[in-house]
Design a protein around this ligand. Structure first.
Ligand code: AMP
Length: 187
């Protein structure tokens, strides 16, 4: 099963993806995690990406697509994957479509996790305390939410045209949201 998770920063995509992995036995591929890995490894790419990420802007499509391509072509992704944080704009959605069709693959589901903006801000503030991410400060979060509204929200429309979008209510406990996802995917 090939799944894309959509939703604002702080909507719980990463948390839900980790729970889905346990059941579905397919990898969770987060472009944010791949980029943070490159930063931690102090690669040239990581150093270039860090400045952009610390502002809350999007890293270039070419860099992210390159990382994604390397990851989805690994053996463990042969039977599917859960994408989290990609695509972030319509150009990336088109690039993903091209990449998957080259590999003779297609997406099965785009799950859009819907959370109130106030809830998102509260969740990110909590995450900032726990994880200490440098892009979880108030000012940067505000920019990330703007970037989401302007560039990422249209990705849902892109998949709506393909009729693969399901909206998931992101309210309630982590388990509540997971149960809604499992009901949709029937696992
Ligand atoms: P995330 O962990 O998904 O919240 O991503 C953290 C940051 O990494 C974002 O604010 C962007 O700067 C960068 N990033 C992650 N995924 C992408 C992507 N698909 N395209 C561009 N930038 C990305």
């Amino acid at each position: 099963m090939r799944i894309v998770l959509l939703g604002a920063p702080g909507s719980g995509k990463g948390t839900q993806a980790k729970l889905m992995v346990e059941k579905l036995n397919i990898p969770h591929i987060s472009t944010g995690d791949l980029l943070r890995g490159a930063i931690a490894a102090k690669t040239e790419l990581g150093l270039a990406a860090k400045e952009v990420m610390d502002r809350g802007d999007l890293v270039s499509d070419e860099i992210v697509l390159g990382m994604l391509k390397d990851r989805v072509t690994q053996d463990d992704a042969e039977n599917g994957f859960i994408l989290d944080g990609f695509p972030r704009n319509v150009a990336q959605a088109e690039m993903l479509e091209n990449l998957l069709s080259e590999l003779d693959m297609a997406l099965d589901h785009a799950l859009l996790i819907q959370v109130d903006p106030d809830e998102v801000v509260a969740r990110i503030a909590k995450r900032a305390e726990i994880e200490g991410r440098t892009d979880d400060t108030e000012e940067v979060v505000r920019n990330r939410l703007n970037v989401y509204a302007q560039q990422t929200a249209p990705v849902a429309d892109f998949y709506q045209e393909q009729d693969i979008v399901t909206e998931i209510l992101g309210k309630g406990s982590i388990e509540d949201v997971q149960a809604r996802i499992q009901a949709i995917l029937r696992f």
